[in-house]
Design a protein around this ligand. Sequence first.
Ligand SMILES: Nc1ncnc2c1ncn2[C@@H]1O[C@H](COP(=O)(O)OP(=O)(O)OP(=O)(O)O)[C@@H](O)[C@H]1O
Ligand SMILES: [Mg+2]
Length: 280
Amino acid sequence: MNEQASRLIQLRELEVRENILSSSKIISVCSGKGGTGKTFFAANFAQSLAGLGKKILLVDLDLNFSNLNVLLNQTSDSLLSEFFEQRKSLQEIIFDYSGNLNLIFGDSGRNDYPRVSREIINYFFISLNKVIDRYDYIILDSSAGADEITLHQLIKSDYNIIVTSPEPTAIMDAYVVVKLLSSENSSSLKFVVVNKCLDKTDADSAFSNLTLATKHFLGDSPEFLGSISFDADAHKSILNQQLLVRENPDSKSAKEIKSIANQFVTINQVANISRPGQII
Ligand SMILES: Nc1ncnc2c1ncn2[C@@H]1O[C@H](COP(=O)(O)OP(=O)(O)OP(=O)(O)O)[C@@H](O)[C@H]1O
Ligand SMILES: [Mg+2]
């Protein structure tokens, strides 16, 4: 057996062992279409969970298009690419944002961005498992779409929260994500958040159109996690480079995100109870 093959087998064995030991904590925030509000949601959801006393690691996995640092008006010397290039460990690139919220920032616009393979994503998940005990949840803000690498990441996550908006194009692209996950027999639990809704009807019809198609064509249906209003306060918080749930916690959309965080914690507790041998 050549060296590379035996290294892959070792990696695989380590991966299986680590996965058995870990509870369900890794959440990918994804979408088909770009600009649906993944980063806005992921950051405010992370802060809302932190506000519930949960220890959170939020990772900007929008490779080479990262903008979590801009959203939060933060700079860090340590970026995810340094981990991919094996120049730093995962522990070394973790940024302490607030008591319960740690962050890993990514790069943007590097011409020489390291090539990220499935093996690198496996190595990333193994490294996450080394720090997982420090956190209640690890949230991965993903690239739009589902290219091979992103899809691999989504499949390896315990939960996928698909952020869509009510527009038919966004619903169509959310359907594609569900389809790709289903066709890979992914065991991750799929949820939908409908963002930028004008009213409740907007959210209801978006979700029912999506599930009508997924049930009919795929025999699969994601769970509805909640909806978020199209809100000028959300827009303002982004312009101010502040987290909405901190800057304007009583705004409509902030309350909706906090309610989604509460709902998620409840669902996660039930999901972990029903998986024997796993720690909540
Ligand atoms: N609930 C909301 N109300 C009003 N505007 C919103 C809301 N959510 C997001 N936006 C707007 O949508 C824009 C895109 O949001 P965001 O960058 O979070 O999307 P994304 O899905 O992460 O994009 P990308 O696919 O490029 O990563 C933001 O700049 C913001 O102005
Ligand atoms: Mg984004």
